[in-house]
Design a protein around this ligand. Structure first.
Ligand code: MRU
Length: 350
């Protein structure tokens, strides 16, 4: 199934519980916008595009459960709720990009309250379908960059689970595999939440793509030994100059790759671009609970001393100068990125 599916019987947005994988494949029904906020902030659903579409279902659920019979009162209430949903996670801009598209629909709507509720739900379905279509399109462009025999480092999880379906950077890898190219993936485990070791490995196993899990600090050594041809990762927010915020560790991976002349590609639908910011310096980096770092155990024992503290930045920014190309649904963009992103934005396609 898709990562997010509308359940017509229960009137709920049903998601795969990504905290339970790979041990347990469990579906969780989100019945209210409060459930949506909880699922996004606890990372039951995660990955920038998946978060964005879940937020759109959050708006549909908020409208559906509202007791407001007056259109303006409903519009005001939904505006307030969008701020609550938008605060669930700060870095992935897809969240606000999707909420803003819902708000455009709400603010320009004229008609009956029930009609607005129905339109918001159809719009969430539309955004979900659009995400899958974008991912397949960008994966086709990205797959052209992959040669038979390539050995690829991938960071975090950017697969079907991180989107509605198919994936972005992992979608590119999946498409190349479906085209018959023999590839091998080195899966960064992705501390501290292990999206690589848990989720990417789980997806690759299902697609039949050979892989090895590596510790996050291994890729430089593999590159020095000539074992890596390309690096692919996703994006949570892209500035107009092409700086990319992505899962913590992406920047160091890109540094090692550039030092070893290994090409680095960030893959994303343009719903991940923030047209309001010129550079990555303006991106807010989410800091998560230190217990995510301190709770790691070895042989069943917590490894850190009592009272240890931790810093837990969830993302970092890879400066555009380290990126070989940006893979989008409009094709692969090469530096300088600003003029290409700006051209797409001017056509109203961001
Ligand atoms: O904290 P997460 O797991 O939501 O972070 C996810 C990532 O960093 C992904 O690389 C990014 O969202 C792109 S997913 C297609």
């Amino acid at each position: 199934m898709r990562t997010i599916v509308w359940n017509e019987e229960k009137h709920s947005a049903d998601i795969i519980d990504q905290n339970a994988l790979p041990a347990d494949y469990r579906i969780i029904s989100l019945l209210s916008y409060e459930d949506v906020i909880g699922a996004i902030s606890h990372m039951t659903v995660r990955g920038a595009p998946a978060i964005g579409v879940t937020a759109a279902y959050g708006m549909a659920l908020a409208a559906m459960r509202s007791d407001k019979s007056d259109l303006n009162a409903l519009k005001v209430q939904l505006g307030e709720i969008s701020k609550e949903i938008g605060a669930a996670r700060p870095t992935a801009v897809n969240l606000w990009n999707m909420l803003n598209r819902c708000l455009d629909l709400i603010n320009t709507f004229e008609g009956q309250v029930d009609e607005l509720k129905a339109q918001l739900l159809s719009f969430a379905h539309e955004l979900a379908d659009e995400d899958v279509e974008m991912n397949k399109r960008l994966s086709t462009f990205g797959a052209d960059l992959i040669n038979d025999g390539d050995r690829i480092v991938h960071h975090c999880n950017t697969g079907a689970l991180a989107t509605v379906d198919y994936g972005t950077a992992l979608g590119v890898i999946r498409m190349a595999h479906e085209q018959g190219k023999k590839i091998h993936v080195y899966v960064d485990e992705t501390r501290p939440r292990l999206q690589g070791a848990r989720l990417t490995a789980w997806e690759l196993k299902q697609y039949g793509i050979p892989y090895d899990i590596i510790t996050d600090s291994s890729s430089g050594q593999l590159m020095q030994m000539g074992m890596v041809n390309k690096v692919f990762f996703g994006a949570d927010r892209v500035a107009m100059n092409g700086d990319v915020a992505n899962k913590i560790g992406s920047y160091m991976l890109a540094l090692a790759a550039v030092d070893n002349k290994v090409p680095v590609y960030s893959v994303f639908p343009t719903s991940t671009v923030d047209v309001s910011i010129a550079s990555g310096k303006e991106i807010e980096i989410e800091q998560r609970d230190e217990r995510e770092v301190l709770g790691i155990s070895l042989n069943g024992e917590i490894v850190v001393p009592d009272g240890a503290t931790a810093l837990n930045y969830a993302f970092d920014v890879t400066p555009n100068r380290l990126l070989t190309g940006l893979v989008t649904e409009h094709g692969v963009l090469y530096p300088p990125f600003f003029e290409k992103l700006d051209k797409i934005a001017r056509k109203g396609q961001l």
